[in-house]
Design a protein around this ligand. Structure first.
Ligand code: ADP
Length: 497
């Protein structure tokens, strides 16, 4: 159960679902909050600007009507009350002596109002102020009553009716208008907007869920199709290539790679089948010969003793041949395994080659073939001496086997700081160009009859190549038909697994 859940969570489908859903949510909320805030800020700014402009108009009216001095007599009184009603707020006017000359609530009228804000405006340090009160329920706007005209204005006093002249002063205020306005309606609108936004958010969450779900079902579809096709192949249909049309390029790449792998598996499989049939054939040939020889002896009566001896000698030869094939096959199988089977030791290569040549020399001498060892320096390397001895003796034996009587075989040994090189050249029959690639294949023989006559199994070069590759070395072949053959082997001096 937990495993299934974990599998679901790790699935591409789930990742797509979560990514889409979260991305949509973050986007919706970010935009929603941004627009809501911008709207709230804008409506508040509008409200403040509106009240401020009303207060500024009032300030100039107050100045024009000399209201500061004669507020009681002035008909501006009722206009101020009206304005306070319209704004749903309270208007207080303070004169330059900090005396409240008008309070639409009448509470402060006639009293002195000395607050920090009023004082700063009065002395010209501040050009006005806006504050929010009682947790955003009210705004308080303070506006200076400034006599900004350049011309001196007569202002009549309440008592004397004599005009007095006041210099226009840009900074010094003649009084302050304090306007306290309720912004309850804004808060209500915002609360309504919030409730509408909440519904919208809910709707968006639902839409995001649906879109994320649809996407998580649609997007991994090509992978599901690919998996179905792979399952079909896994059921044993290796010969059918996977074809996916109109899919993601990544899926196309996976498909191409997979088709390449199945192609290689098929090649391997067919070479395995060919190998098995070759092995059966090679093993059967000596047995068939033995059967023919034995039957011909059995079918005849009074067979002379010499004939018995001759036929038995032939049968013994076929048994040797069978034995050699089996030995070579076993060697090849051992070399096909991992390189961990290597028994690495420090070996003097010169001595190793001298020993090999000593063993082969008598066979070569029988046919008048000269074997020469040319060694440039003393070479010591880390190798598996048994496996490499086998590889080199196969090359030298071949050089003798496929040589003409009285010919020569030259074994050259050299090294640089990284590798040692063994070159085996002969003056033999050579290998046709079109066969040169194939001679390393198992059971491949250029001239079957010649190979058979010389006791060849067709496995020698396959064994040689495997032993060299296990040592992370390389083998190359240069040959010209009728002129001779050269095999060049390169092996690292130090074996690094
Ligand atoms: P075999 O047991 O038949 O010698 P190998 O695998 O050793 O098998 O060699 C494969 C074939 O390559 C041989 O049958 C032979 O035709 C060819 N060949 C190998 N070495 C030489 C050589 N030095 N000169 C000419 N032909 C060679």
């Amino acid at each position: 159960m937990v495993k299934r859940l974990l599998r679901k969570i790790k699935s591409y489908q789930f990742v797509i679902f979560i990514t889409f859903f979260l991305a949509a949510l973050v986007m919706f909320f970010a935009f929603g909050i941004y627009f809501q805030n911008t709207y709230q800020k804008k409506t508040m700014e509008n409200k403040i600007a509106q009240v401020q402009s009303q207060c500024n108009i009032l300030a100039s009216q107050v100045l024009q009507n000399n209201f500061i001095i004669s507020s009681n007599m002035n008909n501006l009184n009722s206009e101020i009350d009206q304005l306070a009603n319209v704004l749903e707020g309270r208007i207080i006017i303070v004169d330059s002596n900090y005396l409240v000359i008008k309070d639409t609530y009448t509470i402060e009228q006639g009293r002195y109002l000395i607050s920090k804000d009023v004082h700063e405006i009065m002395i010209g340090r501040s050009g006005g102020k806006t504050k929010t009160l009682s947790q955003n329920e009210y705004i308080e706007i303070l506006v200076p009553i400034l006599d900004t005209s350049t011309v001196t204005q007569p202002i009549t006093t309440d008592n004397s009716n004599k005009p007095s002249f006041v210099n226009s002063d840009q900074k010094q205020a003649r009084g302050v208008i304090i306007c306290v306005v309720s912004i309850g309606e804004l808060t209500d609108t915002n609360a309504y907007m919030q409730s509408q936004a909440d519904i919208l958010y809910g709707f968006f969450i639902f839409i995001s869920l649906v879109v994320a779900l649809i996407m998580s079902l649609i997007l991994p579809q090509p992978i599901r199709i690919l998996n179905r096709k792979l399952q079909h192949i896994a059921e044993g249909h290796l010969d059918e290539p996977i074809i996916v049309d109109h899919s993601y390029s990544e899926v196309q790449d996976v498909t191409d790679t997979f088709n390449q792998i199945t192609g290689k598996i098929q090649v391997l499989e067919s070479s395995r089948q060919e190998f098995v049939s070759n092995v059966s054939h090679e093993l059967k040939t000596p047995i068939t010969s033995m059967k023919v020889l034995a039957d011909s002896l059995l079918m005849q009566e009074n067979v002379p003793a010499e004939m018995y001896r001759e036929f038995m000698g032939d049968i013994a030869e076929e048994i040797d041949r069978e034995n050699k094939i089996i030995t070579d096959l076993l060697t090849l199988v051992r070399l096909d395994k991992q390189a961990t089977n290597l028994n690495i030791e420090t070996v003097n290569i010169n001595e190793m080659l001298e020993l090999l040549l000593k063993r082969i020399q008598p066979i070569a001498a029988e046919r008048g073939i000269e074997i020469i060892l040319e060694s440039m320096r003393e070479i010591v390397a880390e190798i598996d001496s048994v496996k490499l001895s086998l590889a080199f003796s196969n090359l030298i034996e071949n050089a003798v086997k496929y040589n003409q009587d009285g010919g020569w075989v030259r074994v050259n040994l050299d090294a640089d700081h990284k590798f040692f090189y063994v070159k085996v050249s002969d003056s033999g029959v050579g290998i046709p160009e079109d066969c040169q690639d194939k001679v390393f294949e198992r059971f491949y023989r250029v001239d079957k009859a010649r190979s058979r006559d010389t006791g060849g199994t067709g496995l020698g070069l396959a064994i040689t190549r495997n032993a060299i590759l296990m040592h992370k070395g390389a083998i190359q072949l240069y040959s010209k038909l009728g002129e001779g053959t050269t095999f060049t082997v390169r092996i690292p001096l130090i074996y690094i697994s």
